[in-house]
Design a protein around this ligand. Structure first.
Ligand SMILES: [Zn+2]
Length: 414
């Protein structure tokens, strides 16, 4: 299972360099690249041995008009730059909407021009910004002087609520237009929908419609792995398996350990941020909301707030991670969890190390074996952990309190 890191913040660049042995590649959101073009392109070029893709981020234009504007009544700077770089007409379309209106699928009329703009941007942006950046001279530090092209291009895409939704048709048209406009490029469309849009007929249609592409990215809108039912997970498995059987290599945008298990159905790669965005809702505007500091408990395959981790590790010191970072910070004392509060970069290092181990640990293991382990973890820790005070909000949602999600995963996979 390949692990691609979704790039989010420039403060993380040094950490990512230090941890690059734990990742296979990068996913860079286009609005970050256009807004901080020099430093972002230099960062991408400095990671020359890690293939990258640019996420065109076109789903943001499905937001309410008000969410796309800043308090001064102007289109948010990064979104405005994205329009300017890729398809200026989009900014005009958004400006023409009423305050609570959203873009209508019919308004996306000139699909070929939209595709041309967003794909040409992906093919040239890093090299272009890199060449004009004063920072590019520092690249000799990383023994590279040239910027590489992305490993594949992502056509503009939109989130659909059902396959009969007009946005499904627009996204498919964009994918097909990109393929005919750029026949020499690996075109990898994004299928973005909630699990509720799936079901056997929809999955069969998707697999047929996308069969000719070499790779398809799957984004299951707002799929929280800790609250997904075994039925939901079954739908994810069927989608991955059907796409893989039809031809394309499936890859997931956003996901955690549960989605990694669909590697048995054909999932090739997964991306997420560092300790955030293991799942994502399309309706959140980029750049809003901060991620709380959380600790990833390897045995539970989930993040917990530091305060809840403190309670859990005091109850079960054997759950203390044995990676080199945790050995240094925690030693064998749960009391030392407080040191992570002041050293968030160590929380990230720990997570990236554990994620790599999870990904590598899947090869050669049967789903039956993994299912047995998940059930055993539930049996050993659910009774005490579900009874702890101050549970994190997401686990307090019935019926997913405690570790019941492990049973849903086990049921769905074995
Ligand atoms: Zn650790």
């Amino acid at each position: 299972m390949q692990i691609n890191l979704r790039f989010g913040m420039h403060r993380d660049t040094q950490l990512i360099h230090e941890q690059k042995h734990n990742i296979d590649g990068l996913v860079v959101p286009a609005h970050i690249l256009v807004y901080q073009a020099g430093v972002t392109s230099v960062f991408v070029a400095s990671m020359y041995d890690k293939p990258y893709v640019l996420d065109p981020m076109t789903f943001v234009f499905q937001n309410k008009k008000g969410n796309l504007f800043n308090s001064g009544g102007r289109l948010r700077a990064s979104i405005n730059r994205l329009c300017e770089e890729c398809f200026p007409e989009l900014a005009d379309l958004i400006e023409s909407l009423g305050p609570v209106e959203t873009l209508a699928p019919e308004a996306v009329a000139d699909v070929p021009s939209l595709c041309k703009g967003f794909v040409e941007f992906q093919l040239t942006a890093v090299a272009r910004s890199f060449a004009s950046s004063k920072a590019s001279k520092y690249l000799s530090r990383y023994s590279t002087t040239a910027a590489t092209a992305p490993r594949c291009v992502l056509p503009p895409y939109f989130r659909f609520a059902a396959v009969r939704d007009a946005w499904y048709a627009v996204s498919l048209q964009c994918a097909q237009a990109a393929q005919s406009l750029f026949p020499d490029q690996a075109v990898a469309p994004v299928v973005c929908c909630p699990v509720s849009a799936l079901g056997t007929p929809a999955i069969e249609l998707l697999a047929e419609d996308y069969a000719s592409f070499p790779r398809v990215f799957i984004w299951l809108d707002n799929l929280n792995e800790a609250t997904a039912s075994s039925t939901d997970i079954g739908q994810c498995r069927q989608l991955v398996g059907s796409l893989s059987d039809a031809g394309p290599v499936p890859e997931a945008l956003y996901g955690g350990y549960m989605l990694m298990l669909t590697g048995h159905d054909g999932l090739d790669a997964l991306s997420h941020g560092i300790i955030y965005t293991q799942h994502k809702s399309y309706s959140l505007t980029p750049g809003t909301g901060g991620a709380p500091e959380r600790y990833y408990i390897p045995k539970l395959h989930q993040f917990r707030s530091l305060s809840q981790t403190d309670l859990i590790l005091h109850q079960h010191p054997e759950l203390i991670c044995d990676c080199s970072t945790c050995s240094r910070v925690l030693g064998d004392s749960p009391d030392n969890i407080v040191y992570y509060l002041d050293n968030p970069e160590m929380l990230r290092t720990h997570f990236m190390t554990v994620r790599r181990e999870e990904a590598d640990g899947l090869s050669g293991r049967s789903l039956a074996d993994i299912g047995d382990e998940l059930r055993a973890t539930h049996a050993a820790y659910h009774p005490t952990i579900s009874a702890l005070p101050n549970p994190d909000a997401f686990v307090s949602r019935k019926p997913m309190r405690g570790l019941d999600y492990l049973l849903e995963w086990a049921d769905a996979f074995s």
